[in-house]
Design a protein around this ligand. Sequence first.
Ligand SMILES: [Zn+2]
Length: 193
Amino acid sequence: MPKVAGKSVSSRIQIIGCILGPTDDARRQMTDIVDSQTRSRMMAGIRGRNTKPELALRHSLHALGLRYRLYVKGVPGKPDIVLPKYHAVIFVHGCFWHRHAGCRYATVPATRPEFWTTKFDANVARDAAVESALLKAGWRVGTVWECALRTDTGIAKTRDIVAAWLHSGDAVLEVGEADVGTAPRPEPDPGSR
Ligand SMILES: [Zn+2]
């Protein structure tokens, strides 16, 4: 029987697990704090493609007659949506993973903070570098946070905001649930009573 690279099957699986995914601890924590869609994306170690919010935004833009391309090669950061006619790209970012500032979904796990901080900082730094490279290359950059796309109202409002931005001359756009009016009212601070 041929030997498989001198390793037993179980140790190979362990090695593959180390390369591909987070530890069991991290996996358990993710189970506690993120929804299943975000979790499967995190497990896969890649940014989400064709996620439900992204598809919803794409379909609503298409219905407005706005024509886009997906993941165009040679464009920095492989944006989710590229609108060449408007020299614009759009990222649909998950609030937890990409750290939507001030968003209720950008929670910080209570355990192993250094593990998460390192990951979050790297994501934020990468997103900033990509945006800066795109702007330098003459692209306009839109960021739509997933929290804006959780309801039909949010999707319709986001579509209108994005459409208005495309026809404006503005270089950057950011849309979150606070911009589409679907965020809950902030709870009163118990300390202020
Ligand atoms: Zn958000």
